[in-house]
Structures are given as C-alpha cells and as structure tokens.
Design a protein around this ligand. Structure first.
Ligand code: ADP
Ligand code: MG
Length: 576
C-alpha cells in the first residue's frame, strides 16, 4: 500500500500543469494538416444548425399565417414544404459534419499515437527504466482515445457556434436592435460564461480521475505479474482489498464528475428558458409601443428559443473537456519530455577498420550516478581499455556497477564525467544507431516477443536468411532444442504461448547476438541460467570467435571467466 502512495507522490511531482488555454493551443497546433476538412465540417455544421433554427422560425410563420395577424403571411402548404426540405437537409448536413469531424479526429489520433511512440522510443531506455508502466499504457490507450472528444466534438463546434450565433444576431437585428443585444447576451451566457463556471466545479476531480485510473492499471499489472508470489504467500486478500479501495475511490470521483455534469445541464436548460422568456417579454413590450411588428415579435421569440442548439453543444462540452484537458496534459508531458540521451544521427557512418591501432573501447576516468539518485555514485574514476580481438572479463559482487558500465558502453546513459571512446572517437560523436549496430548486447533476462522462434532471433538482423538464423542458433547451442519442438523454428513463443525455460531464453538471446554480427559483443551474465554443459558449448563458440570479435563478458562465474584474456574486478564502483 505504501508503494502506491509513493508512486502517486512521484507522478504528482513530475506532472506539469498547463493552463487549459495552453493545452488547447498545443492540441490545435496538431490539426494544421487537416484545415480544409475542418472548414468543410464547420460550413456543413453552420448550415445544419441554420436549417434546424429555421424549422422553428417556420413554426412562427405558421402561427402568423393561421392567426392572420400579419399582412404578408406565407401560405401554410409552402411552410410545410420548406419545413420538410429543411428537416431532410438538416439530417444530411449533420451527417456530413460528423463524418468530416470524425475523419479528422481518428486521423489525428493515429498521428498522435505515432508521435507518442516516437517520443517513448527516444526516452528509452534511460527514462523508461523503472517508469510506471500502467500509467504509460493508460496514456497510450485511453488518454489518446479521449482526445477524440476534443478533435471531433470541440474545435469545430466552437467555430460552428460562433458563426451560427453571429448569423442569428444579424438576423434579429433586422427586426430590432434590442432583440439582437438580448440574443448576444444569451449566447455568451449559455455558451461561454456558464461552461466556464461549471468546468471549474470538477476540474481537480477530472485530473485526479485520470491519474488514479493509470495507477489502478499499474497496480493490476503489478498484481498479475506477481501472481506466483501472491498465491504462494497468500497475499491475495490484501491486493484485492487495495484494488477494491482504489475502485471505490474512482467511483466516488466519477460520481462527483457526473453530479457536476448534471448540475451544469440543469443550469443550462434553466438559462435557456429564462432568456427565451426575456426575449418574448421584450418583443411584446416593443410591439405594444409600436416599435416592432407582430411578425418580428413571433419570429424573434421562436428564433431565440430554437437557436440554442450550437451553444448548448458547447455547454455540454465543458464537462467532457475536463477529462480531455487532463488527458491532453499527460500526453503533452510525454511529447515534451527531454530524453536523457540526445540521439545523434547526422554523423559519418561508423566503420571499424581492420588495422585499428587504437583500443576499440576506451573508458577514461568515468564517474557515473543514476539520475534522481545523485548521492549514490555507482562508478568512480573507472578507466578501462579494450583492444580489438580481446576477450575482457568483468567480475565483481552484485551491485558493484558491472551492468551499469556495460550500459554506458551502449550509450543507454552518458557518464557524469570522463569519456568513453569507441574506435578512437568519443561515443557521443558517433551516430547512436551505429553504436547499437556495432555492439551486440546480451543481458541476463532475454525478452521474447509473442512470435515464432525464427522471428524472435531474426529481429537481431532483419536481412538474415533462414540458413543464417539456423547457424546462429547452432552457435548458441539451441538449434537441437528448437528441432524437437512440434513446429520447429515456426513455434510461437512468448507470453501465453509455448514457454521456454530461463536457460533456453538466454540461449535465444545469445543466438540473437551471433546473428547481429557486430564487431563487439557485450555479454552481461550470459551464462547465469545455463547448466555447465550449455555454458561449455557456448564458451567454446565464443572462444572460436575471438579472432573476429571483441568480447566483454560480465560474470561472477569462475568457469565463464576462463576464456577471458584479462579479468578486471569491480568493487565499490572502481575497477581493478
Ligand atoms: P551489477 O550489474 O554489478 O550487479 P548494476 O550496475 O546493475 O550492478 O547496479 C549498480 C547499482 O546501481 C545498484 O546499487 C543498483 O541499485 C543501481 N541501479 C541500477 N540500475 C539503476 C537505475 N536504472 N536507476 C537507479 N539506480 C540503479
Ligand atoms: Mg548486473
């Protein structure tokens, strides 16, 4: 339970609060490529609402025609014909508007998803390590989905409301200046002032709701991942209680939000009736003073009552916008987050020449501490030279910084001070992609995607042929095992499919490294899950590669270290 509270505090600290206006402006910025469709949507929307309004105005003409009070009354049958045409048009126009808006919205959601993935890709791995995964998932799925409300039901409705109201005010002005003023005040009150007031009711709850929703995701994910532990230690009830507690809290928040929504709807309806009534009374008074025709009185009153459609659309929006702003804020946070490592991509392509005289990797006086934990120095003044074709062993106690050193060589992080050179050039001056291409990195825990074994190995080199994949698997001593599987290389592995043991996964990881065919191989405890038979086989292959590759191997196993030309020992962040 403490962990949850903790994670909340953390996320609160890091989340940036933008003003509603800033979020809106930034979100609108993304619409630029779709302006023509947006304009179409707005025009169709305005025409649609005008049709709807004129249906009620036609009602006014019908009253005039039946009562016979006006001289220039319109024939009833003509009125009916116009109403029917307007009604049909209204439907068609509304359809057109909605279709255009949704086209824009879903296109944009795709664009935003793409942007978020690219941003995450840049943040990885330094900033994603240890990040709240549940929250990330809820940003990628439900937060982005919620922006649909903004793009399909916010931008153009605002424009539509503005234009329609403008047209109506001009229309009223033809009958009476006073009527036009009343209409203006009415539209502003219902469409702008009221939503502004009511949107403040539930603003904090909206933000809290999104935040908590992400946290519940995390908690559930955590519980599912730890299912074995939960069952073994009878931890289930406590986890369930916590989930219940969180769900109740979410339900309460949602309750509050719904209440705010109900309140603002009620306020909105009352306001509409009040303004329509004011219009009616005012027009009646003007009429009695001879300043307005009876026709004007009826048309203005009917027109007023029937013309709140576009502004109520705005007023209802305010409630949805609470969620949208919170979501928008979280998405913008990710889009704007600066990666720890600026990727380099405009440099000359890396080529490690055969006659390389210098050390292939050269670490000089490296200090390093993880971000957010600057007090705990992980590496202190580490200097290390690795020449081409060498096999270097790194040993040391768990937590002594071995893996961290390897990650610095992959440029997953940058050293706080000191410098790492690859092939004689500072690691920051190489294209980041080239560094990753020139080094194969095998970690203790190999991740397998839900895909065939073939594809799981192939991801290390997408151009590889089946033969090459088999060759790599043979080197990693996993080929024979794969052959025993019912579908061989086509067997689907990964979560929910054929499960591999720790050692088998590790050997797939090693097969990937062989297939990647890079100059340098970085192995971080590659044999930790292997029995001595498999270990021996793989070490033998590594030994055979020694003329062609440079190998750095981290291990605390004596047996693994045997193939190393030289072994350094990490202790308290120092290498010796
Ligand atoms: P080793 O591989 O030698 O066991 P590591 O390099 O993995 O050690 O870790 C060294 C220290 O750095 C450990 O104390 C660990 O807690 C800390 N550490 C590792 N990764 C991170 C991280 N992403 N953020 C903060 N601290 C970390
Ligand atoms: Mg380690």
């Amino acid at each position: 339970m403490e962990k949850i509270i903790d994670s909340q505090n953390n996320t609160k600290k890091t989340a940036k609060r933008r003003s509603g206006l800033k979020i809106v402006m930034q979100l609108i910025g993304l619409v630029k490529p779709m302006i023509p469709i947006m304009i179409t949507a707005i025009i169709l929307g305005v025409l649609g609402f005008l049709c709807a309004i004129f249906i009620s105005i036609m009602g006014g003409y019908a009253i005039l025609s039946i009562s016979g009070v006006s001289q220039n009354s319109i024939d009833l049958s003509k009125i009916f014909a116009v109403v029917i045409i307007m009604a049909i048009l209204r439907g068609v126009l509304r359809y057109g508007e909605q279709a255009s808006n949704h086209y824009i919205a879903f296109k944009l959601l795709a664009i935003i998803r793409d942007k978020v993935f690219k941003a995450l890709r840049k943040l990885a791995p330094a900033k994603l390590e240890g990040r709240d995964k549940g929250n990330l998932i809820s940003i990628i799925t439900s937060d982005i989905e919620l922006l649909e409300v903004f793009y399909a039901h916010t931008i153009s409705p605002v424009c539509i409301a503005f234009l329609t109201c403008l047209i109506m005010v001009i229309f009223f002005a033809q009958y009476s200046f006073v009527a036009a003023i009343i209409a203006t005040i009415a539209y502003i009150s219902v469409g702008i002032i009221l939503p502004m007031i009511t949107s403040n009711y539930g603003k904090d709850d909206g933000n809290k709701y999104r935040q908590r929703f992400g946290e519940i995701n995390t908690y559930l994910l955590d519980s599912i991942r730890g299912l074995k532990e939960v069952i073994q230690y009878g931890y289930g009830n406590i986890r369930i209680k916590e989930i219940d507690r969180q769900s109740d809290y979410l339900a309460d928040l949602n309750d509050n939000l719904k209440k705010c929504e109900g309140k603002s709807r009620a306020n909105c309806d009352s306001l509409i009736l009040i303004f329509s009534f004011i219009m009616l009374i005012t027009c009646a008074i003007l009429n009695s003073k001879g300043k307005m025709t009876i026709e004007g009185t009826v048309i203005c009153s009917m027109g007023m009552l029937g013309s709140f459609g576009p502004v109520t659309a705005l007023s209802n929006l305010a409630n949805n916008l609470l969620h949208t702003f919170a979501s928008g804020n979280r998405i913008l946070d990710i889009l704007e987050e600066k990666p720890l490592i600026e990727e380099v991509s405009n440099k000359e392509k890396m080529s490690i020449s055969d006659e390389l005289k210098e050390n292939i990797i050269d670490c000089k006086n490296i200090d390093f501490a993880y971000l957010g934990n600057a007090d705990e120095i992980i590496l202190k003044d580490v200097s290390l030279e690795i020449s081409k074709g060498e096999i270097l062993g790194i040993s040391g106690k768990s937590g002594s910084g071995k893996s961290t050193l390897i990650k610095l060589m992959m440029r997953f992080f940058d050293a706080s001070s000191g410098e790492i050179k690859i092939s004689g050039k500072n690691i920051k001056d190489w294209n980041t992609e080239d560094i990753r291409n020139s080094e194969s990195y095998v970690i203790q825990d190999t991740y397998l995607f839900v895909d065939s074994i073939e594809n799981n190995v192939k991801l290390a080199n997408l151009n590889a042929t089946h033969e090459e994949i088999v060759q790599a698997c043979k080197k990693a001593n996993i080929h024979e095992f794969i052959e025993t599987l019912p579908n061989g290389y086509d067997t689907i592995i990964g979560e929910g499919h054929h499960q591999l043991s720790g050692g088998e996964r590790q050997r797939i990881g090693i097969a990937r490294a062989f297939l990647h065919d890079s100059d340098v191989i970085l192995l971080d405890e590659p044999t930790s899950n292997l029995d001595s038979l498999n270990e021996g086989a793989i070490l033998k292959v590594l030994n055979e590669e020694r003329s062609k590759k440079t190998i750095i191997i981290v291990s605390h196993r004596q047996s693994t270290m045997k193939i190393a030309d030289r072994v350094i020992k990490m202790k308290d962040g120092r290498a010796s």
